[in-house]
Design a binder for this molecule. Structure first.
Ligand code: CU
Length: 184
C-alpha cells in the first residue's frame, strides 16, 4: 500500500514536472470534489517528523479524563500509533488526543448514531463522549499502516457487529481493530 501510493505520487510529480499540466488541467478542473489537505499527494505522509508539538497546557491535560498520545513510534516499536489504542470510559467523559509531533489527527469511523468527528492535522484535539457505544477512529494519513484506536463508552457493546467489520477498514487497521474488539 505504501509502495503503491508512493509510486503513484512519484508518477504524478513527474507528469506535472514534464510540463504536461496544460494537457491534464481540464480534467482536474472538471473534478466535482474538493481536495482535502490530507488527500493531496505528497511524500510527507510517511516521513517521520520529530519536530515536537506542545499545544496544550498542563491545566488542559488535567481537565480531561483520558489522554491518548499520537505517536510516530508506538510502545512496541510499531510506526504511527495511538497510545493507548483502547479507551474504556463512562458516558460524559472527555478524551484528549495529544499531538507530540506533526503529522497526525483523529477521524471517527464507526460510531453510535453515526456521530462524526474529524480533527485538524498536526494539532491536539478533544471530544466529549455523551452517547454510549463503540467508537472506532483513525489517523487520516496513517490508517493503512494501522494508526487506529477504539473507544468503548459506558460499557455499551450494542454496535459491535458494525464496529467489528466495516468497509472503511483495510490492511493493518482492520487486523488491529478486530484484535482489540475480539477481547470483549
Ligand atoms: Cu498519524
Amino acid at each position: 500500500m505504501i509502495f503503491r501510493r508512493n509510486l503513484i505520487c512519484s508518477l504524478g510529480v513527474t507528469f506535472l514536472g514534464a510540463n504536461a499540466y496544460n494537457i491534464i488541467k481540464p480534467a482536474i478542473a472538471a473534478r466535482p470534489y474538493k481536495i482535502e489537505e490530507e488527500n493531496i499527494c505528497n511524500s510527507e505522509d510517511f516521513v517521520i517528523n520529530h519536530e515536537p508539538i506542545n499545544d496544550v497546557t498542563e491545566q488542559q491535560i488535567a481537565a480531561v479524563d483520558e489522554v491518548v498520545h499520537m505517536l510516530n513510534v508506538g510502545p512496541t516499536g510499531s510506526r504511527f500509533r495511538y497510545d493507548p489504542m483502547l479507551s474504556e470510559i463512562e458516558v460524559g467523559r472527555k478524551i484528549l488526543w495529544k499531538a507530540t509531533t506533526k503529522g497526525h489527527n483523529v477521524e471517527f469511523m464507526v460510531t453510535p448514531n453515526n456521530i462524526k468527528f474529524k480533527s485538524k492535522l498536526h494539532k491536539s484535539a478533544g471530544f466529549t463522549f455523551t452517547t454510549p457505544g463503540i467508537y472506532t477512529y483513525k489517523c487520516t494519513p496513517h490508517v493503512s499502516v494501522g494508526m487506529i484506536g477504539v473507544v468503548v463508552v459506558g460499557n455499551d457493546l450494542s454496535n459491535m457487529t458494525e464496529a467489528f467489520d466495516n468497509a472503511a477498514y483495510y490492511g493493518q487497521a482492520k487486523e488491529l481493530i478486530q484484535d482489540i474488539l475480539g477481547r470483549f
